[in-house]
Design a protein around this ligand. Structure first.
Ligand code: 13P
Length: 276
């Protein structure tokens, strides 16, 4: 039975990670269209993460809309001799409210360790940014039954300096590496199992009250075709979408389906609760 406790009070969220795609002009045009298509969305939080070059222009486009801007990476220092890097202060200046940290592509292709991700998380929070912290196991790790241990280590090291007071500015994106960009979405049972484990680990790290505010998202080959099934997973607070977020209308469709299903969940939950 659905009870008030089992229906999340966390605000659901959909994030579009455009990775290294789109020019500045294309990004601004997509942001403009998205904000028009999604102007009716009230409950779901919608965040887009364009390339670094497009942050300023997309930030200006989103001003005054309900859509939020995210960066895909940052450096932990506020300024200094760090060629090629961008600081949290610079990200805030162009309108970023969110930043992705620890994405598996950063870990795998650019050697980002759990400890580096942890320094970035602390710095982002200190500067008032919201963090979408990405974790997830490789196929080899899953096959070797190491998923729980891998995820635990990523959480412990990545969130090492986070105190309970700022936990409401963290979202965890569970993105199994084998599901990213492969078209092989994790099965609903695998996702809900992983989310349950992550929620348990967050409770152990932060305690029940502070961990309750942390949203847990799924990412990995999310599309407008599979979003309805994913949105039905009760302990899923949102999605992090890569490839499918590049198609503006397709991403808008994903957002609308997720919003509708999560509102429905909440309605059913509070209706049931009257009789609890
Ligand atoms: P895809 O949706 O393309 O699998 O990418 C997922 C992802 O990495 C989002 O950050």
């Amino acid at each position: 039975m659905i009870t008030k406790k089992s229906v999340s009070r966390r605000r659901p969220i959909a994030v579009g990670n455009w990775k290294m795609h789109k020019t500045v002009a294309e990004s601004a045009a997509a942001a403009r269209r998205l904000s028009r298509l999604l102007s009716g969305i009230r409950r779901l939080e919608v965040v887009i993460a364009p390339s670094c070059t497009a942050l300023q222009s997309v930030g200006a486009t989103l001003k005054g809309t309900r859509l939020r801007l995210a960066a895909q990476n940052l450096h932990w220092e506020n300024e200094g001799a760090f060629t090629g890097e961008v600081s949290p202060v610079q990200l805030k200046e162009v309108g970023c409210r969110y930043v992705l940290i620890g994405h598996s592509e950063r870990r795998r292709l650019f050697g980002e360790t759990d400890n580096v991700a942890g320094r970035k998380v602390s710095s982002a929070l200190r500067q008032g940014l919201n963090v979408i912290f990405c974790i997830g196991e490789t196929l080899e790790q899953r096959r070797a039954d190491q998923t729980a241990a891998v995820v635990r280590e990523q959480l412990e090291k990545g969130l090492a300096d986070v105190t309970g007071g700022s936990s409401d500015r963290i979202a965890i994106a569970y993105e199994p590496v084998w599901a990213i960009g492969t078209g092989q979405t994790a099965a609903a049972l695998q996702i809900s199992g992983a989310h349950e484990m992550i929620r348990r680990q967050l409770t152990e790290i932060f305690g029940p009250d502070s961990s309750e505010a942390i949203r847990v998202l799924y990412g990995g080959s999310v599309t407008s075709d599979n979003i309805a099934e994913l949105a039905g997973i009760k302990n899923l607070d949102g999605v992090l979408v890569g490839g499918a977020s590049l198609q503006t209308d397709g991403f808008a469709a994903i957002v609308k389906i997720l919003d509708k299903m999560k509102r429905q969940d909440e309605k059913e939950g509070s209706e049931k609760c009257i009789f609890c």
